[in-house]
Design a protein around this ligand. Structure first.
Ligand code: HEC
Ligand SMILES: [Cu+2]
Length: 376
């Protein structure tokens, strides 16, 4: 290999011979690419390249199609998620959220009620009709009453009562019920959330069961007797409808207790006062809610009707009334025994009573304002 070795013949002596054999120009036959011949000519696409384009654009259309399907399904799915699927399959997301919040409010309202209101309105909201009213002396009116809950104890009314205090109820400036809302004048102890929670509890339906939660830890409270979670129900019957002819509940609950319909009234017609009948007098001095009636013992003659005069001189501790119960704890009919605020006097016609020991009490203050009536 010292000198020039001749190139073997046919191995591209000339540049021309080294070029690959020219591919004959294809005739573009694919019907689908029937662009004008001039375009085809300038594009100069090979069949492979055209086939590639066909495949590519088909894939692109698939991608587009699937994207549209995906987005549409997503919209439909989200629609149902947000607004609730038909036929009750699922509830709207916001509705579910509202219900959950409602339950939390009712549970907190229950604790607020037990801590602040139960001592006057009773743990069950029955006020003077609570089973232990005689010893506990609940002075607040009954709240757990379908007639009241139906329209009278509306959200707006409750908010006003809790903001203004008991004087909002019957206009009694000396009402025993204080202001609760911190927006009141003077400000009460509860903030606006607590007021909302209380209202949620007072208006909670009685067809739903709620867990009692520990106010501090928010853990469910376990009943030691049963080992089960403690629960409570709302008060309001959502299906309650007053009688069509019934008069709406009066603005002031005292009016509803008038006319013998109230506690102890027993619906007896008011007997007219006999001027010649003997008279007994009961007095409620200022602060009678704690000091009670004077005197604590009355004496009456057996089988003789008499007039009971109730001299309510108490201008500070709220309305009072007086009812007499026979030895079997049955109220003695003596007319309208509704509460009234002092100073004022009322007289009751008490019918002839058989001998025995009777009791009298103020339904608003049954633990302190009580005494006995000896009929001999
Ligand atoms: C110190 C006793 C007392 C406490 C505590 C109390 N209340 Fe009252 N409440 C009353 C009295 C008394 C009335 C009647 C008002 C009047 O005659 O002046 C009343 C009236 C009401 C009324 C109006 C009832 C009606 O028929 O219109 C509502 C509602 C009420 N209270 C809710 C509550 C709530 C809720 C709480 C707890 C935050 C509460 N009360 C705590 C004594 C109390
Ligand atoms: Cu009283």
């Amino acid at each position: 290999m010292t000198d020039h070795t001749p190139t073997p013949p046919g191995a591209g002596d000339t540049p021309d011979e080294r070029l690959p054999a020219t591919v004959p120009q294809p005739s573009l036959t694919a019907e689908r690419f029937s662009a004008s011949p001039s375009v085809k000519a300038t594009a100069g696409l090979t069949p492979q390249r055209s086939a590639g384009i066909v495949r590519q654009s088909a894939a692109a259309r698939w991608v587009g199609f699937l994207t549209v399907i995906f987005v549409s399904l997503f919209i439909v799915g989200y629609w149902f998620y947000e607004l609730g699927a038909p036929a009750g399959i699922s509830t709207a997301r916001l509705q579910t959220e509202i219900e959950r919040q409602q339950v939390v409010d009712v549970q907190r309202g229950y604790n607020l009620y037990q801590a602040n209101c139960a001592r006057c309105h009773g743990p069950n909201g029955l006020g003077p009709n609570e089973p232990d009213a005689a010893t506990a002396g609940y002075i607040g009116p009954q709240l757990n009453d379908q007639v009241k809950l139906f329209a009278h104890l509306s959200e707006a009314y409750l908010e006003n009562v809790l903001t203004v205090g008991g004087r909002y109820v019957c206009g009694n400036a000396k009402s025993a019920m204080p202001v609760w809302a911190d927006t009141g004048n003077p400000p009460g102890p509860l903030n606006y959330r607590q007021i909302e929670e209380l209202i949620a509890f007072l208006r909670a339906p009685n067809n739903q069961e709620y867990e009692v939660r520990n106010p501090e830890t928010n853990e469910p409270v376990i009943d030691p007797a049963t080992g089960q979670k403690k629960t409570f129900r709302g008060w309001r019957d959502p299906n309650y409808k007053p009688d069509p002819g019934a008069t709406p509940y009066p603005a002031c609950y005292l009016d509803a207790l008038k006319g013998g319909g109230g506690p102890g009234g027993s619906g007896a017609p008011t007997a007219s006062i006999d001027a010649n009948a003997p008279t007994l007098t009961l007095t409620a001095k200022d602060g009678a809610a704690s000091s009670g009636f004077e005197p604590k013992t009355l004496e009456a003659k057996a089988d003789t009707a008499f007039t009971l005069v109730f001299d309510n001189q108490d201008a500070t501790t709220g309305p009072h009334n007086v009812v007499i119960s026979d030895p079997n704890k049955t109220p003695v009919p003596m007319g309208d025994t509704s509460f009234f605020s002092g100073p004022a006097k009322r007289s009751y016609a008490v019918p002839a009573l058989a001998a025995g020991t009777y009791s009298f009490l103020c339904v608003v203050h049954p633990s302190t304002m009580t005494g006995s009536l000896e009929v001999k």
